[in-house]
Design a protein around this ligand. Sequence first.
Ligand SMILES: [Zn+2]
Length: 152
Amino acid sequence: MILTTHALAGAAIGKTVANPWLIMVIVIPLHYFMDHFRHGEYLDKKMGLRKNYWKIILDISLGLSIIGSVAYFKNFSPVQMFLVFWGAFFSMFPDLLTFLYWKFKIAFLKKPYQLHKWVHKFPPDSPESQWNLRNSVNDILFSLLAIVWLFL
Ligand SMILES: [Zn+2]
């Protein structure tokens, strides 16, 4: 799923669970669980990183801005602030690991990389992985749920 969706889900967990370590233990497996749902991929693997990185920056910025806005409007305390961003960060973490393995082939990241690949039940070039509205339904649903939860 897109990083915004992961960040929002992680923030929602961060708002709910007071222990940073427990948040990590929940949001990292949650990332793989979420990725198992049908979702579109916006990265064009043929184009390489230089043509793609702005999408990643935009995606991360969108997620963090939504979380920041909610934190602002809901007057989160500094501790709540820390926990939601902590949750957001570790919720996106598996994609960072995947990226590092894909780019630099760091040996000990091979297992997380393979796990990440395995949870994606639709191959990258399948119609179910195309970047379109139909394939974004799950991203939108999860994101909305997380935003509502953050606002409660
Ligand atoms: Zn992922």
